[in-house]
Design a protein around this ligand. Sequence first.
Ligand code: ACM
Length: 267
Amino acid sequence: MRIGFLQLRPRFGAVKENVRKATATLERISDATIVLPELFNSGYLFRNEEELASIAETVPGGFTVSEMQKLAKRNRLNLVFGMAQKHRGKFYNSAVYVSSKGTVEVYQKVHLFDREKLFFTKGSSFKVVSAGDAKLGLLICFDWVFPEVSRALALDGAHILCHPSNLILPYAQDAMKTRCIENRVFAITANRIGSERRGATSLAFTGKSQIVNPMGEVLASASDRSESLRVVEIDVGEANNKNFTPNNNLFDDRVPPLYAALVRKRR
Ligand code: ACM
């Protein structure tokens, strides 16, 4: 199957412009599974909840998902993208999956980063979705720092970790190689580039989107300064082999009774 990322530089608040730029670029390809950055349609640095409320959309039904559904069906694309979601009076930093048939599923970010905690509500479950024969595990940006997320997604059958991101620190790309090795899965990290200055706060985003295979090898990567669309061909079946050596299976060799500390609240 063909998988890829679209690395972008969104302009804060310019939802229609950001969506049109992404769909115009993706119009050039078909028959692929593509990951876009976190909050790709809006930009990242919301000043307050009022501003977030004016930009967040319902899923499905809003402008962004409708445009992505049309593109997905037209070009037989499976799309994973980050956007601010309005749901029952709350706001979520969400990853939306639109299949090539136009169906929609949502993962709401569980591990909120820094000021996201001021106005987003955290999600309460993880999500694995089907893309043909492949299963996609959804996580968003800072979720990478919690290895339990990738493990839970892999145990639930994910072959490919789809990781929309707005990374500002340099660690995730290395960490995701490890997540791939320890779970024998593929990972697509779709980051953004550019910077945002809003009031007294400014952030620079680090690009370097990448696709990694179950051996931790980088199949494609982007720079930290240009928008970029990359697509590679993979054999997704490689992610079904959890044998690390002839005598070690990464899932069967686990000893869950010894892992109680992982599900205990901090002492
Ligand atoms: C992040 O979670 N956007 C760093």
